[in-house]
Write a protein that binds this ligand. Structure first.
Ligand code: DON
Length: 303
């Protein structure tokens, strides 16, 4: 798209003047160390072009964006059987909430809230060793990005495991409802490692091409499955901020508390934005602003 590269540079320069960057997640101590005043964006276009601006080559913790990859991996393994254990409705509650789990007998509303992602990871484990499930996710991410230089930050994984009271509670609650097959500690360890995958905006945008169904991208999942994952990203990808995100941006997106957001403009582009400071929902503050401005400029809203 003509002029987009220049517009991205302009938007990043404007973003850098932000008065309020939001605060990095601090419940995972390792993430609290990240300088909030960083912002990057990368876009992979349908014609094969890849453009970026700002801190697009700085690796960051993808956190909950990994839930998209674990979901894609488990759907490849189990198909629709997953939906017996996890729903497909927005929750309207915070990403780490236990509230609905009690009301709904241990069946999480969707695979993107923590409870649903923990069930997804449990299903991916399916009685195997954590390293087998993790290699499956890493294979998918690396192959989709066509880049083997993507790794797990062990310090972030350990930091999450050491402070995981919430997720541990969710796991035992799921277990009490017979919706967990593997030992809670094993699921927690696997999940903390998948969340600790580090990627740059360029790498993330490239991996998202499989969801954008861009010609020439590695064919990792069928278009039928990509459409369904995109629908879940649109309705549930930003937790209780999903409605507002659809209103402001109009693209399927998945956020992470590392400050990244993966956005999909079906048939047109895969976009990654990153800025570590978060809003009250745990989604990137400046990143959401940037996503909104890109959607305005390109007219790529699906609505
Ligand atoms: O489980 C957690 O709390 C983190 N590993 C991931 C949460 C997250 O990224 C929420 N998204 N914005």
């Amino acid at each position: 798209m003509q002029g987009l590269a220049e517009e991205l540079r302009r938007l990043v320069a404007e973003a850098r003047t932000a008065q309020d960057w939001g605060a990095p997640a601090d419940y995972i101590p390792e993430l609290a160390k990240v300088d909030p005043e960083q912002v990057g964006v990368a876009v992979c276009l349908a014609d094969g072009q890849e453009i970026g601006a700002g801190d697009a080559d700085v690796p960051f913790s993808i956190q909950s964006i990994s839930k998209v990859f674990s979901l894609a991996a488990v759907l490849g393994r189990l198909g629709d059987d997953l939906w017996r254990r996890v729903g497909r409705e927005p929750s309207g509650t915070a990403f780490d909430s236990i509230f609905l789990l009690e009301q709904e007998q241990g069946r999480p509303r969707n695979p993107f809230i923590n409870a649903g992602a923990l069930v997804t990871t449990d299903a991916l484990l399916g009685g195997r060793e954590p390293r087998q499930a993790l290699s499956e996710i890493m294979y998918l991410v690396r192959a989709a990005a066509e880049d083997d230089d993507i790794h797990i930050d062990k310090a972030v994984a350990e930091s999450e495991k050491a402070t995981a009271s919430r997720n541990t509670s969710l796991l035992y609650y799921l277990k009490s409802h017979d919706n967990l097959r593997c030992p809670p500690e094993m699921v927690l360890g696997t999940y903390a490692h998948q969340c600790a995958i580090e990627m740059t905006c360029h790498q993330l945008a490239r991996s998202g091409r499989m969801l954008a169904m861009i010609p020439g991208a590695p064919a990792m999942i069928s278009s039928h499955r990509a459409r369904r994952i995109n629908a879940l990203m649109m309705t549930c990808g930003q937790y209780d901020g999903s409605g507002n995100f659809a209103f402001r941006v109009g693209l399927p997106g998945k956020s992470g508390v590392g400050g990244g957001i993966l956005l999909v403009a079906p048939g047109r582009a895969s976009i990654a934005v990153w800025s570590p400071g978060l809003d009250g929902y745990g989604n990137s503050k400046v990143g959401t602003w940037l996503a909104e401005r890109i959607a305005d400029y390109t007219g790529w809203s699906v609505f």
